[in-house]
Design a protein around this ligand. Structure first.
Ligand code: B16
Ligand code: MG
Length: 219
């Protein structure tokens, strides 16, 4: 099956916003009286804002009512938005621009499939809004990854079938979402976590149009 579209996760694939999420969550944890390490932060990658807060509170051994949780998530988001407001195109991860140029020149469609409700702001700041034929983010979905919703909406927006699409993801839940959507996937990171992906690469610099085409020809 020839590849007709690539669906990209945002954090960890196009840009590294995990570091900004980390600083904001750590600040919140410290305010609440406990520490939050970079290792803890690994558990939040690809996870929705609400679920991230639940994990954080679990780490701190706190149990809070819904209204307080909403306030805390909003507070964290204000800090996070403050730090991403100064992002620019230098934050696009290595290999992304040249891979986009190659696939778009070959007529392959591109879509964003991110859990973030701040995706549009990030894409604007790094100058990549026009690089996508469709954008699906946390404002369009009702189910978080590993539910396949975000990628199925992406394929639908492009007018393509799931089997025409390849997903690029750095989170295990995202790879599972791709598989459940009936799509091939490229895991970005270590094969220890992303073993379910069709192939695993450590960075976009390892990707090429040829490799993408070969992926479409594999079973
Ligand atoms: P927001 P992705 C995810 O982005 C992040 O990896 C995750 O850490 C974050 O909690 C989630 O977006 C929601 O982000 O608070 O901005 O709505 O990897 O799906 O692009
Ligand atoms: Mg991600």
């Amino acid at each position: 099956m020839a590849v007709k579209a690539c669906l990209f996760d945002l954090d960890g694939v196009i840009v590294d916003t995990a570091k900004y999420h980390y600083l904001a969550w750590k600040r919140l944890a410290n305010e609440l009286g406990f520490d939050f390490t970079e290792q803890d932060n690994e558990r939040l990658k690809g996870v929705s804002r609400v679920r991230s807060l639940e994990i954080l509170l679990e780490i701190g051994g706190l149990s809070l009512d819904e209204a307080t949780k909403e306030q805390l998530a909003a507070k964290k988001n204000v800090w996070y938005v403050e730090s991403i407001s100064t992002m620019d195109e230098r934050e696009i991860l290595p290999g992304v621009k040249s891979f986009f140029a190659a696939i778009r020149a070959a007529g392959i469609k591109t879509a964003l499939g991110s859990a973030s409700k701040n995706a549009m702001m990030i894409l604007k700041n790094v100058g990549m809004v026009q690089s996508f034929d469709a954008i699906v983010d946390g404002n369009h979905t009702s189910q978080a990854k590993p539910d396949p919703e975000v990628f199925l909406l992406g394929a639908k927006a492009l007018g393509l079938n799931p089997e025409d699409c390849v997903v690029f993801e750095d989170a295990e839940s995202g790879i599972e979402a791709a598989t459940r959507a009936g799509m091939r996937s490229v895991g970005m990171g270590s094969s220890e976590h992303l073993g379910q992906a069709t192939i695993v690469i450590s960075a976009m610099t390892e990707m090429s149009l040829e490799r993408l085409i070969a992926l479409g020809e594999s079973n």
